[in-house]
Ligand binder design. Structure first.
Ligand SMILES: *[C@@H]1O[C@H](CO)[C@@H](O)[C@H](O)[C@H]1NC(C)=O
Ligand SMILES: *[C@@H]1O[C@H](CO)[C@@H](O)[C@H](O)[C@H]1NC(C)=O
Length: 340
């Protein structure tokens, strides 16, 4: 008997074609806009870590504009910590909470955190427009409300901006001594011209300028702070900051946004944070956008304060030399996936 030749199944031709289309579809399926950030690796405690009761509490704000910076900051904190599982994050956002929550979970599935919603209307009535509109965003003022937002069980918190990365163990920053009375510690800059942060109408009014009598007031950066929440609550400092903001609406006493009320309430009474924890100004010069270099001395934290942000400059293919130090912490998917 003659065997019949095996008929070629016609669908065999289709297989490579189907595979081809599946491959084309794959990136857009798995990298939709809600998951545009990569998952970070899991980080583990070293054996000599204390129990989690001695955890480091970190507070940051989250918004859609700065989320890329926040992600990089979180990754840098975990990566340089010897006890990353002992870090608890307190995120404050004012809108898009569910998107931001999803973004954090996707990139950091093992992160211990809580997301708080800050009601913008708490401060919208208190904000007077400043010279840099980015500083007028209500969430910029959320740091004054941390003692109200965070649970009473949290006594000490490290507040960090979203435009920075740590290259050292945050536990060391969290242990900054606050002395007998200080409510907060921050990097102080006594060479900065303190007078320039307030208007001539402020300085010419003795009932106002006497605020700084008997205080060795210096400018300090509110982007890196260690805050004793218990002392803050006892002294009702949120209220004191609000009082100055109320006054600002009637008499213009300063030009910048959320910083001057902090200076009015705390300058001269804070504990210093070592400058290694605020290698600041890497965002560049506010007027000409010039790149800045590191300040002399050791580096534990790089802060892109100022108008320029490393992710914007990297995307535009016009990075400053030090932006290369930020890039390894960028969790955004590569442009190849974003384009599809
Ligand atoms: C909320 O998220 C959407 C999509 O990412 C964005 O277009 C919008 O501006 C966000 N809203 C605020 C208030 O940030
Ligand atoms: C500090 O700033 C004030 C107001 O901007 C200015 O009048 C004063 O000359 C400055 N002082 C120094 C030492 O630059």
């Amino acid at each position: 008997m003659q065997s019949q030749p095996n008929p070629k199944p016609p669908f065999k031709f289709l297989i490579p074609i189907i595979l081809f289309f599946l491959l084309l579809l794959l990136p857009s399926l798995s990298f939709s806009s809600s998951t545009q950030f990569k998952e970070a690796p899991e980080f583990y405690n070293s054996p000599q870590c204390p129990s989690t009761s001695k955890s480091v509490q970190v507070a940051m704000t989250l918004d859609t504009t700065y989320i890329r910076g926040s992600m990089a900051a979180i990754l840098s904190i975990l990566q340089h910590s010897s006890c990353p599982q002992n870090i608890f994050f307190h995120f404050v956002c004012s809108s898009n909470a569910s998107n931001l929550h999803a973004a954090i979970i996707t990139s950091f599935p093992y992160l211990k955190f809580h997301l708080y919603t800050f009601d913008d209307t708490t401060v919208t009535g208190l904000i007077s427009t400043s010279i840099r509109s980015a500083l007028d965003c209500p969430l910029n003022y959320a740091r004054s409300y941390l003692p109200k937002l965070l649970p009473l069980s949290v006594n000490r918190v490290v507040y960090l901006d979203s435009d920075l990365i740590l290259v050292d163990d945050i536990a060391k920053l969290a242990e900054t001594p606050l002395g007998e009375n200080s409510v907060l510690a921050a990097p102080e800059y006594c060479n900065a011209n303190f007078t320039s942060y307030f208007t001539p109408s402020f300085w010419s009014n003795p009932s106002l300028s006497l605020t700084f009598a008997n205080r060795k007031a210096c400018y300090f950066n509110t982007g890196v702070m260690v805050i004793d929440l218990e002392r803050w609550r006892e002294g009702d400092y949120t209220r004191k900051i609000e009082d100055w903001m109320e006054l600002q609406k009637r008499i213009r006493i300063y030009e910048l946004g959320s910083l001057p009320p902090f200076l009015l309430v705390f300058a001269g009474n804070i504990a210093p944070v070592d400058h290694r924890w605020n290698q600041h100004g890497l965002g560049g010069d506010n007027f000409n956008g010039l790149c800045r270099n590191l300040h002399p001395g050791p580096v534990s934290l790089l802060h892109w304060s100022g108008k320029g942000k490393p992710w914007v400059r990297l995307d535009a293919n016009r990075p400053c030399p030090l932006d290369a130090l930020w890039a390894p912490y960028d969790l955004l998917q590569t442009p190849f996936f974003l384009d599809s």
